[in-house]
Design a protein around this ligand. Structure first.
Ligand SMILES: Nc1ncnc2c1ncn2[C@@H]1O[C@H](COP(=O)(O)OP(=O)(O)OP(=O)(O)O)[C@@H](O)[C@H]1O
Length: 259
């Protein structure tokens, strides 16, 4: 019998406490989570409940105070291109063209020029920016910038894409279009995505699983499978039922914290 595939990411009793001006802030308490290759998982929860902290620990930008974080059963010891982060403010280099932004990772890892060109051409095409390959970030719309940021992570051979409210700064129409594009990319590339959002609707549209977090201290409260067929119809009864149930869960946590 073949061995079961291990999770791509594992969090075992992960905690994070920050020290700030003599105060201790428990940003994350005893978080346990397993994510399997190819899953699209959204983290949702009130402001300050530790979503970004959890993402940054997985990225390797922060170290956990307690517990362990593993990728393919190996401890995460720092940032690595296999875990690429996409931020709300894009994080592009303004002095580089779209092409050079996307090729930055492979170039800094010393890949041959021809290979870099092929990689960049492939990803520029994949995110539909062929016509804009030689322009600078300030010449792009927000949606286009976010596509460059995603292509940059993919060109760097990320297996896991960590997205911290990537569409939060975009207008509703652009946001919906990018959600569709991201789902299309995800289906084609079989990426594993861990995505932070404040929007219940966005979480249900995108996810295979929604992780509900709560504050004071930050922790994981629920892990909910979203089994709706794709593409998801935001006006369907089942979608609304899930929206209501997630909203109730989020608000009951707020109420507990406030009490
Ligand atoms: N570098 C830091 N130093 C001190 N405290 C921090 C630091 N980073 C985060 N925190 C604290 O940890 C807690 C969790 O913050 P975090 O940014 O992870 O929450 P969040 O759920 O992502 O919030 P939001 O939805 O508002 O972005 C907050 O109380 C925050 O003030």
């Amino acid at each position: 019998m073949s061995e079961p595939t291990p999770p791509i990411l594992t969090l075992n009793n992960v905690g994070k406490t920050f020290e700030m001006q003599g105060q201790r802030i428990e940003a994350l308490h005893d978080a346990n989570l397993e994510i399997y290759k190819g899953e699209f998982v959204c983290l949702i929860g009130a402001s300050g409940c530790g979503k970004s902290t959890l993402l940054r620990i997985v990225a390797g930008f922060e170290t956990a105070t307690t517990g362990e974080v593993l990728m393919w059963n190996q401890p995460i010891k720092g940032p690595d291109p296999s875990r690429g982060m996409v931020f709300q403010d894009y994080g592009l280099f303004p002095w580089l063209t779209v092409r050079d932004n996307i090729g930055f990772g492979p170039a800094s890892r010393g890949r041959p020029r021809r290979e870099i060109k092929e990689t960049v051409d492939h990803f520029v095409d994949l995110v539909g920016l062929k016509r804009f390959a030689d322009v600078y970030p300030h010449q792009l719309s927000g949606g286009m910038k976010q596509r460059v940021a995603i292509a940059r992570v993919l060109a760097n051979e990320a297996e896991v894409v960590l997205m911290d409210e990537p569409f939060g700064a975009l207008d509703a129409m652009t946001r919906e279009r990018l959600q569709d594009e991201l789902l299309d990319l995800w289906e084609r590339t079989k990426l594993t995505v861990l995505f932070v959002t404040h929007s219940i609707e966005e979480a249900i549209v995108l996810s295979k699983r929604v992780i509900v977090m709560s504050a004071g201290p930050g922790r994981i409260d629920n892990d909910i499978a979203i089994d709706l067929p794709r593409p998801r119809d935001v006006s369907s009864g089942e979608f609304n039922e899930l929206r209501r149930s997630l909203s109730t869960k989020l608000h009951s946590h707020h109420a507990k914290v406030a009490a």
